[in-house]
Write a protein that binds this ligand. Structure first.
Ligand code: 5GP
Ligand code: MG
Ligand code: MG
Length: 217
């Protein structure tokens, strides 16, 4: 609940309707995922040919950065860090089907074991696009770790079944632990449901200030 977390002075607690996961809950789930993922590759000849190349772990910018940083450090194997970024047309709080690559890999993943790290699986359009793109490059394997899954929103026809899921959440717009609204709220160490008035009608938009002040405009 909201009593279990700290709000930065720049924020009005009314901006959050409900806290879903405290930083302790996140840390403990990420540790579990790290163990699960490590176990799933145990004994694998990661990289193939006995070369024991590190697992290629791909962080999707920007939202997955916090999850990625914690997750790679909870793996019992070494990892090669790579970054990609995608955008889907249309701002606001929901994505459309039209995904674009904003930042591509600069390494060859042919024959490599690849773990995709995503902040949230919503409709699934972003992840479907990304995985298709990676599969076309001939990796040895591609597995996916998503911190949050809005299961009731995911388009079944996309055939996405992430191997590792942190938490299944209801269809609400969440922020914190890397997740933003309009580039804000990413640095909150916990995850909460953004109050609809924050992204609703323009008259009630919050006045944002960097490190002081607060409140509704
Ligand atoms: P999808 O393509 O699966 O519909 O959307 C995936 C992307 O939309 C996520 O990677 C994330 O950037 C954004 N997104 C979807 N739901 C949420 C949410 O509840 N909060 C935030 N901050 N971003 C979301
Ligand atoms: Mg994302
Ligand atoms: Mg975003």
């Amino acid at each position: 609940t909201k009593e279990d977390v700290e709000f930065p002075p720049s924020m009005n607690p009314d901006e959050i309707d409900e806290v879903l996961f405290t930083k302790e809950m996140i840390a403990s789930r990420v540790r579990e995922l790290g163990a699960e993922i490590s176990e799933s590759y145990r004994g694998d000849d990661v990289g193939g040919g006995g070369l024991r190349l590190p697992l290629v772990v791909i962080c999707t910018l920007k939202g997955a950065a916090a999850f990625f940083a914690d997750l790679v450090r909870s793996l019992s194997c070494d990892s090669q860090w790579e970054f990609m970024a995608f955008s889907s047309y249309g701002g606001g709080t929901t994505s459309t089907g039209a995904v674009q690559t904003v930042l591509d890999l600069r390494v060859d993943i042919a024959g490599r074991d690849v773990l995709v790290v995503e902040d949230i699986l919503d409709t699934g359009h972003t992840l479907r696009y990304m995985i298709n793109m990676l599969q076309a490059r001939g990796p040895k394997s591609v597995r996916t770790a998503v911190l949050l899954h809005k299961a009731e929103r995911t388009v079944a026809e996309l055939g996405l079944t992430p191997e590792f899921v942190g938490f299944v959440i209801p269809n609400e717009f969440v922020v914190g632990y890397g997740l933003d609204y309009d580039q804000k709220y990413r640095s909150l160490p916990w995850i909460g449901v953004l109050a609809p008035w924050v992204y609703g009608d323009a008259d009630s938009k919050i006045k944002y200030s960097a490190c002081g002040g607060r409140g509704k405009a």
